[in-house]
Design a protein around this ligand. Structure first.
Ligand SMILES: *[C@@H]1O[C@H](CO)[C@@H](O)[C@H](O)[C@H]1NC(C)=O
Ligand SMILES: *[C@@H]1O[C@H](CO)[C@@H](O)[C@H](O)[C@H]1NC(C)=O
Length: 230
């Protein structure tokens, strides 16, 4: 595998993304061009699956996504090397309220967090992943999770995401994500799953040395040393 070739393609994608960032109007058209360019130039760029289980109001989650994950994926040009999945659920739990005949959900930081987690799911479901990631990164800057301020700043249309949140019940929105998080029986938030393997006892090391773990797993799986891996 020729590393120079991949590095060049990654640099090209980054340039296109920053151009689209400046002109929000042409975003959709440019996204399409980017997709096409990437798929014809690099048909088999290997992506390492990466799942982040987090909570909207958990300071450790906010810190990890804003200070570790975002920098690792974007500063290192690893976005194109990653199959990222975000699970805004954490240590929440479902409860069948038989009296009311409906499913309820309880979140670690209260009802407000359930509502915000559900809003994050709606963002993930209604925006292209890179845009959703940028928006969530911005929202996690404060406990207020200001979707309107962030959407304005990033020039994203969040009408559909907000409709999703208003038109559906919070437990129903969270259910598919919660099922996957609950299956891990995680004890800490955020929990990071690399290559579909949940290393329960290495979580602290993965949180604090995320880049080293990503490098190691990437090389182990694809026999490629990423450019910024020492
Ligand atoms: C709630 O009840 C439904 C239907 O009886 C069942 O399929 C589901 O697993 C239950 N969920 C929980 C979280 O107990
Ligand atoms: C934003 O999205 C909504 C729903 O998807 C659409 O109806 C509306 O026209 C869009 N607004 C702009 C300014 O593009």
């Amino acid at each position: 595998m020729d590393e120079t070739f991949w590095a060049l393609c990654a640099a090209l994608s980054l340039a296109t993304i920053s151009i689209t960032g400046v002109s929000g109007q042409t975003q959709l058209a440019d996204e399409t061009t980017l997709e096409t360019a990437t798929s014809t130039a690099t048909p088999t760029i290997p992506r390492l699956p990466l799942a982040i289980h987090y909570e909207a109001l958990c300071p450790d989650s906010m810190y990890f996504i804003r200070r570790r994950l975002y920098d690792a994926l974007l500063d290192n040009d690893w976005w194109s090397r990653t199959e990222l999945k975000l699970y805004p659920f954490g240590k929440a739990a479902f409860y069948n309220n038989t009296e009311m005949g409906e499913l309820q959900v309880f979140c670690q930081h209260g009802d407000e967090e359930c509502e915000l987690n559900a809003l994050h799911v709606c963002v993930l479901e209604h925006l292209e992943l890179r845009q959703a990631f940028d928006l969530i990164y911005c929202m996690l800057r404060t406990f207020g999770n200001s979707i309107d301020g962030c959407a304005n700043h990033l020039r994203l249309n969040v009408t559909a995401a907000k409709q999703c949140k208003h038109s559906r019940k919070t437990p129903d929105i969270l259910l598919p994500y919660g099922k996957e998080t609950l299956a891990l029986e995680l004890s800490f938030v955020p929990s990071i799953v690399i290559d579909n393997h949940f290393a329960a006892y290495e979580q602290s090391s993965i949180r604090y040395n995320f880049e080293a773990h990503f490098c190691r797993q990437y090389e182990r799986k694809f026999q490629i040393k990423l450019p910024s891996c020492g």
